[in-house]
Design a protein around this ligand. Structure first.
Ligand SMILES: NC(=O)c1ccc[n+]([C@@H]2O[C@H](COP(=O)([O-])OP(=O)(O)OC[C@H]3O[C@@H](n4cnc5c(N)ncnc54)[C@H](OP(=O)(O)O)[C@@H]3O)[C@@H](O)[C@H]2O)c1
Length: 214
């Protein structure tokens, strides 16, 4: 499969939670935010799942470091049930939403398109989600050669499960959220190995960058 180089960047607790269930958890230090913005600045596109847009309403722009240009913002959403007032859809920057042929709500497609959002429909996978190989092909055809995936949990797991992640950068925060937290890794059957691991510690938060080997 022809696909972009895929990096993921996220923050997690010691017990592998990236958020509260159905709510954002503020896990990152300023250093983590800076690293996220650096990662965005080197990417052609930054991708998140629909639930992250519904809960966090992120901007996904590069603001903390100089950037030659802003990356394309990409959202995966089978049905296109998305908050039309979210900054991604109202700030005038480029945003592309992938829905599925079977699931996309025509009225939402029209409403997003009317706001200048690019909507592309792709085939579904076995779970009725947007097929990641189809998304990869579409991104390559749009000139994306470096893709940054920022989450959330379902999207991170889906990319790793599909063996589509080349590099990971994670901020490990000295916190435990337990059962009230959202785990990203619980659904991996064949976990990859890590290589070329680099770590550093800032104010008790560990930053780890590694290549994934499947
Ligand atoms: N700590 C961090 O670094 C970090 C980073 C980002 C997000 N988060 C947190 O993550 C939480 C959201 O995570 P989440 O797991 O609930 O949802 P998510 O991964 O953000 O989004 C999942 C949704 O994406 C859509 N989707 C379409 N195709 C998909 C595919 N092939 N694979 C996976 N998803 C696909 C589906 O939306 P439809 O419902 O439209 O079908 C699916 O329900 C939020 O609370 C946010 O705060 C944390």
């Amino acid at each position: 499969m022809v696909r972009p180089f895929v990096s993921v960047h996220f923050a997690q607790t010691l017990d592998g939670r990236i958020a509260w269930t159905k709510a954002r958890a503020h896990l990152s230090l300023a250093e983590g935010v800076l690293r996220a913005h650096r990662a965005r600045a080197t990417a052609d596109a930054v991708l998140v799942g629909a639930e992250t847009v519904r809960i966090d309403r992120p901007r996904l722009t590069v603001r903390a470091v100089p950037a030659p240009r802003q990356p394309l913002r990409v959202v995966l959403s089978t049905g296109l049930s998305l908050p039309l007032g979210a900054p991604l859809f109202t700030d005038g920057g480029g945003t592309l939403v992938f829905g599925t042929h079977e699931g996309a709500d025509p009225a939402m497609r029209e409403a997003l398109t009317a706001r200048g959002v690019d909507v592309e429909l792709v085939r579904s996978d076995a779970d009725r989600m947007a097929s990641l190989p189809a998304v990869m092909e579409a991104l390559v055809s749009r000139g994306v050669s470096r893709l940054l995936v920022e989450g959330g949990a379902k999207v991170l797991a889906a990319f790793v499960r599909a063996r589509l992640v080349d590099e990971v950068e994670v901020e490990i925060c000295p916190m435990i959220l337990g059962g009230a937290g959202l785990s990203w890794s619980g659904v991996l059957d064949e976990p990859p190995r890590l290589s070329d691991v680099l770590t550093s510690v800032v104010d008790g938060h560990a930053f780890m960058r590694a290549r994934l080997v499947y």
